[in-house]
Design a protein around this ligand. Structure first.
Ligand SMILES: [Zn+2]
Length: 430
């Protein structure tokens, strides 16, 4: 790794500031981030730094900015929750900086600025950067990106052509820019190569970025939206074209701070310092996994609560919030760390009174769910042993007791079953 001491102190905020300042210098307007609660995703939360945040007011924004604007957006992906802790980069809540140029897809303005930012502003070693671009049987080759990267000095062997599965973006639903179809276009990604021993990556057995070992880290993606695609998959030139360049801030922070995972970056330092002592009696790998999940999920919970997310409950956003908290509590329970102690540590970390109250209420609610689930398990065990594993999944669906906790309770010789009490405060408790 090659970052200088000055770069090694850059956290997500500093990287974001540098990116936005560079764009302001080049005539881009700086816009504020949008709330994670956006009307366009009523059942969930904002998932990326796309046009979604500005699309409703796009005409006004283009008028006032000339079509050039940049912002940094927190993003939350509930479908990634289960993968948190499984690889070095996955987070449920993360931050992306994005720069848009509506009306232009000139590679010559986007890619040189990005290259300057990565190699000069952040000081990344050019010899560790790899670039992908579209080279596809159906859609052809993105010659403009290829030539631009070559002119910037990216050597042929680090310039990797990939098919439409990897380097062609298409919008899932229609939006305002091309209201008669779905926007689409080629994209080109920049990867940073780390010193991770991985034979599959070494021998290039699969496309760059597909392996989860953490050797190749995707740090940036630039999209050039030039067409829309009709229902038959035919490309039609878009009336309004645009370019978008995005950065993954936690990933860049991990590289600059020279740590092994995004969970070890400065963003999570306070969380780790508080949680590590609680898990010191666990196997190191188990403790690390729990600490990653807890710090990711609770920091997401705090941010979502600040942005106005509803209290935990059933369906849509409520269920996502409940899932964040219950997955956190499940980690604590299987680790057999003292729950009240953990709750008090969590409360100290949450720094948001609403979040503290909700955490506490959900803990009480979940405790009742678990007691009831344990009772049902016990009744079942009186009739049938050993318990089939599919029964545990059924218990999860029917009684809300996670499979991993049923398994954990079943391995306890002296697990204690308390009578389940109805939940008086929370009508939508399971
Ligand atoms: Zn690998």
């Amino acid at each position: 790794m090659t970052s200088t001491p000055q770069h090694a102190e850059m956290d997500c905020h500093a990287i974001s500031e540098a990116f936005l300042a560079l764009h302001e210098r080049d005539g881009f307007a700086r816009l504020p981030p949008s709330s994670l609660l956006h009307d366009s995703v009523p059942m969930s939360f904002v998932m990326s730094a796309g046009l979604i945040q500005v699309e409703n007011d796009l005409d006004t924004i283009v008028q006032s900015t000339g079509g050039k604007f940049a912002f940094t957006q927190p993003c939350f992906r509930h479908f990634d929750m289960k993968q948190v802790g499984e690889d070095p980069t996955r987070l449920s809540l993360f931050h992306m900086s994005a720069a848009f140029h509506i009306g232009s897809t000139e590679r010559e303005t986007v890619l040189p600025r990005l290259w300057y930012f990565l190699t000069q502003t952040l000081g990344l070693d050019k010899d560790r950067l790899w670039v992908t671009y579209l080279d596809d049987e159906e859609f052809g080759r993105d010659e403009a990106s290829y030539q631009c990267w070559k002119a910037l000095g990216v050597v042929e062997e680090r310039l990797v052509g990939l098919d439409q599965q990897h380097c062609f973006w298409r919008q899932r639903s229609t939006g305002q820019i091309a209201s008669d179809g779905k926007k689409c276009g080629p994209h080109t990604e920049v990867f940073y190569e780390r010193d991770v021993a991985c034979p599959a990556c070494e021998n290039r057995e699969q496309p760059i970025g597909n392996c989860r070992c953490g050797r190749f880290i995707e740090i940036s993606n630039s999209l050039f939206i030039e067409n829309y695609i009709d229902d038959d998959g035919k490309l039609i030139p878009a009336g309004t074209v645009f370019a978008e360049c995005v950065l993954g801030l936690e990933r860049l922070a991990m590289i600059l701070q020279q740590v092994t995972s995004v969970h070890d970056t400065l963003r999570f330092q306070a969380w780790r310092n508080a949680l590590i002592p609680l898990f010191k009696h666990q196997q190191p790998a188990d403790a690390e996994r729990s600490i990653r999940i807890i710090s990711d999920h609770l920091s997401a919970f705090v941010k979502l609560t600040q942005d106005g997310a509803p209290a935990p409950g059933r369906g849509g956003r409520r269920a996502i919030i409940r899932n964040l908290l219950r997955r956190t509590m499940t980690e604590v329970l299987i680790s057999e760390v003292e729950i009240p102690h953990v709750i008090s540590v969590m409360q100290a970390l949450l720094s948001n009174q609403d979040a503290v109250i909700r955490l506490h209420q959900e803990y009480e609610c979940f405790s009742r769910t678990l007691e009831r689930g344990k009772n049902e398990l016990s009744n079942f065990l009186a009739l049938e042993q050993p318990i089939p594993s599919q029964t545990l999944s059924k218990f999860q669906r029917m009684y809300g007791i996670p499979v991993v906790l049923s398994q954990h309770f079943l391995t306890q010789t002296d697990w204690h079953i308390l009578p389940a009490e109805p939940c008086r405060d929370h009508h939508d408790c399971k």
